[in-house]
Design a protein around this ligand. Sequence first.
Ligand code: XLS
Ligand code: NI
Ligand code: NI
Length: 436
Amino acid sequence: MQYFPEVGKIPYEGPSSKNPLAYRYYNENEMIEGKSMKDHLRLSVVYWHTFRGTGSDPFGASTMIRPWDDGTNSVDNAIRMVDVAFEFFSKLGVPYYAFHDRDIAPEGNSLKESHAILDKIAAALLAKQQQTGIKLLWGTANLFSNPRFVHGAATSCNADVFAFAGAQVKKCLEVTKMLGGENYVFWGGREGYQNLYNTDMKRELDHLARFFHMAVDYAKKIGFKGQFLIEPKPKEPTKHQYDSDAAACLNFLRSYDLLPYFKLNIETNHATLAGHTMMHELDYAGFQGALGSIDANTGDLLLGWDTDQFPTDLYLTTQTMLMILKHGGLGTGGVNFDAKVRRESFEPIDLFHAHVGGIDAFARGLKIAAAIRADGRLSDFVKQRYSSWDSGIGAEIESGKADFARLEAYMLEKGEANANTSGRQEMLENLINQFL
Ligand code: XLS
Ligand code: NI
Ligand code: NI
């Protein structure tokens, strides 16, 4: 049984191809900076938007009528979706996928029943992984959809809800381990507040840290070796989410002695919602040794929410890949398309168009970024710009030898600082354009 009979395996046909369902740039074995494209990008498809997305929005019902989805929450439906998903991953030629527990398996009438359903679907996923060689990039628990999480999960005012969330994460860690998941993600969808009049922020953050320590301890106990990741996002669904951006996450992790156990999963649309560029978030996480993985998507400049669109802008993918290469790659992470087709793109084939485009945009971004690095003019400029720190007073400051008294003596003798030089922003923007 084929669910996408009109699509074969997506081939690489090179830049001149006119076939909309072929890669023009993603050539998985092509070597760049000594590593294959496949190993640089570690592409991943998400279960939620791709197979569970319906196109509903606050103003209207589902538009995406999927022939494989009977619209029920049944186990049969979930089992069929496993086949659909692996046909999709295989035809696209991606090595990884990612899920929430509740995307792969519907919730039962009790936690016990939910656990049992999850085990059943996980067994089907494992069989498909073994058959196809496709691997799990990360698992995560959905701690935001069910109404019980109305006040949060680990940051709920209700201790029983914290306990429920812990039980759910325990199980999801077991399943992620069983499936060989290379990472485990926490996105705090409802870990934040709408209003400070009713919120004990300190207590909530203490609880969140306690929750993460429990996860670290349990991973040790069961021998789960995957990397823990936190996915920053500043708002939506709550007004203020605690994991608001890379800097806030790292401060939280450092304050609660969690830094050694976590890295970050940086999502483009979340970066822009936080008022940052993706480049900023990646650089910030990267220089702290915390760049773990990325959720590849993009927002819309004219809309202020998480539109999760497929990335097609080559400036964005080039900037993203420049940062990933600069910080030594994604390690166990990957380029995970946490993106959804528009409500108006309701045919199953649109899922292929979207992923093929996103993958090619990243492949091209990777090639452009590598060319910019090989050219060297950009990095030479930056090196030169900071050269006053390489010797003299700059080197004394950086090495910690100089104190304020030394600075005063130095400047009293010198009289005035050396003249500044131009930042040459426009010249550098023009330089980048030479590569696009
Ligand atoms: C939502 C998040 C979510 C996480 C996984 O905005 O991006 O999809 O990636 O829970
Ligand atoms: Ni995400
Ligand atoms: Ni998102």
